[in-house]
Design a protein around this ligand. Structure first.
Ligand SMILES: Cc1ncc(COP(=O)(O)O)c(C=O)c1O
Length: 420
């Protein structure tokens, strides 16, 4: 992204006007000003109850329905009926599990992975009480879930495969289409946690070939709200968790209705992506484009920028023989996003982060509720990993600041009391 486009990006996020450099984006991104403006506008001008015949109520209903339609188009859904909205991805996955509960017979298997955040693990674990059996799919040495490994764990009893598109620790993009093919051949449905993918790349549910896909809007520059997409016929087969008939999708999965202002506010993300795409295209001398093409151009610009800012940190980490990168070690020869985790030999991750914070660089340590991979890798004693999670509004200068802060932190003498 050239300087003008980058200026537009930075100015779109008032929270970036700070002495701090923000690299906890996989925890939650900063929010677009236009998202906040839309939330405020909805609350101040259309916040009446939906479903009445008076004009303001009809207007409110149109705004909410229009927002759902735009979200559906954005993610490649066949219709707005396929889009369930809810407070968080955790809650939506839990709702999905409740809507599936009756279908599991004793001995039916659910494949879950060792790369999962608890959100896509615990709801399925609860179904063990109903007789379902969890079967674990492990990641390989490249921190990837492979179709071959999945082929080895599915069986004629597999009813569901629950997996993450990108782990919030590793940053690796798993080969979703191929994994879904293996699951479908075994007769299972596929539910995907796209939370750590959606801030970086276009969600295109039609192209992914899965049955359910969930992500959180507050990590995609929007409000604290989340989206669950489900293939229409798969959704129709679910039990309602709300007091509406079975064929009323998505309402049967939205007990108590959705949050109207946050649904409308989320469309600010799309306005932003469109404008970003137009500006990025204009910068390369291309002619004006329609909305869908503009959003595609925005994602292309985001991906190129993220590769350019992620690689210098990975390159620096590769030079250190006391550092182990937990994920692919380069942006260039692996499909990965710049969610970069690592551990430092002999140091607790908490100590590293506290030292870096002194430089007004916001990074983070821990398991980030990805407890399965942290335990599988034996990193709990070390306080989990250090995670530097970047998005497209981070700049090369900010990345230089992280590297300088880390360089200084790792030069500090080791204290035996804090050695894991
Ligand atoms: C990969 C992943 N999945 C799921 C979640 C849970 O998202 P939510 O906070 O919307 O429930 C997170 C949150 O950090 C995450 O990183």
């Amino acid at each position: 992204m050239n300087d003008d486009v980058m200026r537009f990006v930075r100015e779109s996020f008032p929270g970036l006007a700070s002495e701090w450099a923000f690299f906890d984006n996989a925890g939650g991104s900063l929010t677009l000003a236009r998202v906040a403006d839309l939330v405020s506008d909805y609350l101040l001008h259309t916040n009446v109850q939906l479903g009445a015949t008076y004009e303001r109520s009809r207007m409110a209903a149109e705004r909410v329905a229009g927002a759902r339609e735009r979200i559906a188009r954005w993610i490649g859904a066949a219709s707005a009926e396929e889009v369930v909205l809810g407070a968080t991805s955790t809650l939506l996955l839990d709702t999905l599990a409740r809507a599936m509960r009756e279908r599991f017979e004793p001995g039916d298997e659910i494949v879950v992975t060792r790369a999962e955040h608890d959100a896509n693990l615990e709801p399925w674990r609860r179904l063990e009480q109903d007789g379902a059996k969890l079967v674990f799919l492990d990641f390989d040495e490249q921190y990837t879930l492979t179709p071959d490994a999945l082929r080895r764990v599915v069986s004629p009893r597999t009813r569901l495969v629950a997996l993450t598109h990108v782990s919030n620790l590793f940053g690796t993009v798993h080969p979703l289409r191929e994994l879904a093919e293996v699951a479908h051949r075994a007769g299972a449905e596929v539910v995907v946690d796209g939370v750590a993918y959606a801030p970086h790349r276009a969600v295109d549910v039609a192209a992914f070939g899965v049955d359910y896909y969930v992500f959180s809007l507050y990590k995609v520059y929007g409000p604290h709200h989340a989206v669950l997409w489900g293939r229409r016929d798969a959704m129709l087969a679910l039990d309602p968790v709300s007091f509406v008939p079975r064929d009323r999708i998505p309402q049967k999965l939205e007990p108590g209705n959705v949050n109207y202002e946050l649904t409308v506010g989320a469309t600010g993300i799309l306005d932003y992506l469109e404008e970003l795409g137009r500006r990025a295209s204009a910068a390369t001398g291309e002619s004006p484009i329609d909305s869908a093409a503009a959003i595609t151009a925005a994602y292309a610009a985001i991906e190129a920028h993220e590769e350019a800012i992620g690689e210098p940190l990975l390159a620096w980490l590769r030079t250190r023989d006391d550092v182990r990168i937990i994920g692919a070690s380069s942006m260039l020869d692996a499909d990965r996003v710049p969610t970069i985790s690592f551990v430092v030999k002999g140091r607790r991750s908490s100590d590293v982060v506290r030292a870096v914070e002194r430089h007004r660089v916001a990074i983070r340590y821990g398991d980030f509720y990805a407890r399965a991979p942290v335990d599988r890798l034996g990193l709990r004693e070390q306080d989990g990993v250090v995670r530097v999670s970047m998005v497209h509004y981070n700049t090369p200068d900010e990345v230089d600041r992280v590297i300088a802060a880390l360089d200084e932190a790792l030069a500090e003498p080791l204290q035996s009391s804090s050695t894991p």
